[in-house]
Design a protein. Structure first.
Length: 207
């Protein structure tokens, strides 16, 4: 597993989930809150519409990200919708297409879940690998001058304890990689369930 390229693509996916989740959530919530607050003046309509278009772009990007990093092919198109505002009729048609696009609404749900997923995944990754690094470094640092090497309530002050800590660190790395793969697969499942599921539902309705 440490030598499996897919494991490192999974790691990349999880590390990207944190900044992407924050960016998605910030942009979409700002757009929706501003647009909905201005709906009474009708100035909010284009803001809400633009936010939904951004959400469609997010859905398209998440499809491709799952495909390239997780090797998960999400059903459905890439969320692309023809945008035309040259006339009143074209603007109305574009608005209808955006509002009736399943990916626009499932994308909103994905944005919220991606935020939570990214925070949880990043916290778990940092914690697991920080603890692993601490244990792996024990044999080299436990007797360094002026250093008191501790792990929780335990003081590592002998070579035997340091080697045991290093072995535990190796084990923890392997376990963390297994967990990482599982969490990444769940992320792919979530993306497919929301975006691919919406596409499958739309196809079934059209059949």
């Amino acid at each position: 597993m440490p030598f499996d390229a897919q494991t490192y693509r999974n790691l990349a996916y999880l590390l990207l989930a944190f900044p992407l989740g924050i960016a998605y959530f910030t942009v979409v919530t700002t757009g929706l809150s501003t647009g909905l607050g201005l709906l009474v003046t009708f100035a909010g309509v284009p803001i809400v519409l633009a936010t939904l278009v951004v959400t469609l772009g997010i859905s398209s990007f998440e499809r491709r990200l799952a495909d390239h990093l997780l090797d998960v092919e999400v059903d459905g198109d890439d969320g692309g919708i023809e945008l035309a505002f040259g006339s009143v009729e074209e603007a109305i048609g574009t608005t209808k297409r955006v509002l009736t696009a399943p990916a626009a609404w499932t994308g909103l749900l994905l944005v919220g879940l991606k935020f939570v997923y990214g925070v949880v995944a990043f916290t778990a990754l940092v914690t697991a690998f920080a603890v692993s690094a601490t244990l792996l470094a024990a044999p080299a640092l436990y007797d360094a001058p002026g250093v008191t090497y501790t792990f929780g309530p335990y003081v590592v002050d002998t070579l035997g304890k340091a080697v045991a800590g290093g072995g535990l660190g190796v084990l923890l790395v392997l376990v963390s990689l297994h967990v990482t793969n599982g969490v990444a697969r769940f992320g792919g499942f979530l993306t497919d369930a929301l975006l691919g599921g919406a596409a499958r539902s739309a196809e079934a309705a059209d059949a």
